[in-house]
Design a protein around this ligand. Structure first.
Ligand SMILES: [Zn+2]
Length: 193
């Protein structure tokens, strides 16, 4: 923790770089990914402050759209699309994902009931021919496609896609190589960017 504190202490010594951020934000991209510490969206994309609006959830899950109970994830997505008017939404899954692995391996999550309930409530079990694969690549990629479908069930998103104002992207990031694969609809596969 201490190195992080030391960096934070000196971080604000470049005020000229950040002064314009006081005027507001208009990011083009909502980036949805897992909370996993090995996935660092700004590092992967080179984004500077103000360029990525982020939603991070365990397993980069997009919960089903509902307004019956407050949900931070739904609120974040709606705000990005309706208020900020982002033009792209990226759902980025990653290799070795603990959440997706737990789902496809039917791991016992009784010690972490909040995680168990989140995954049970929000995740569908993705198709996976080899759950013992440590990367769970196939499962994560199928899981990303499910989240893209979920996004399309959000009224604000479907509307903007129809209007040609919004594009969805499915990414798969390898934590051990740094490679990003993108879903290509024409071949129905993930290919390196
Ligand atoms: Zn993960």
């Amino acid at each position: 923790m201490q190195p992080l504190i030391d960096n934070a202490r000196t971080f604000g010594q470049r005020p000229e770089e950040f002064a314009r951020l006081a005027e507001g934000q208009s990011p083009d991209v909502l980036f949805i990914t897992c909370s996993d510490s090995r996935v660092v969206p700004a590092l992967i994309t080179g984004a500077r402050p103000g360029e990525l609006f982020e939603l991070r959830t365990a397993g980069n899950i997009v919960p089903p759209y509902a307004t019956t109970a407050p949900a931070g994830e739904t609120a974040t997505i709606e705000y990005a699309v309706q208020v900020l008017g982002v033009k792209h939404v990226v759902v980025c899954g990653h290799s070795h994902c603990g959440a997706v692995g737990a789902v496809v391996r039917h791991e016992d999550l009784t010690a972490v009931p909040a995680v168990r309930d989140w995954l049970a409530h929000a995740a569908d079990e993705p198709e996976c021919t080899d759950p013992s694969d440590p990367t769970v690549a196939e499962a994560v990629q199928n899981h990303v496609l499910t989240q893209l479908l979920r996004l399309r069930s959000y009224p604000c998103i479907e509307q903007r896609i129809e209007a040609g104002e919004l594009q969805l992207h499915g990414w798969y990031y390898e934590v051990h190589t740094g490679t990003v694969h993108e879903y290509r609809a024409e071949s129905d596969t993930f290919k390196a960017l």
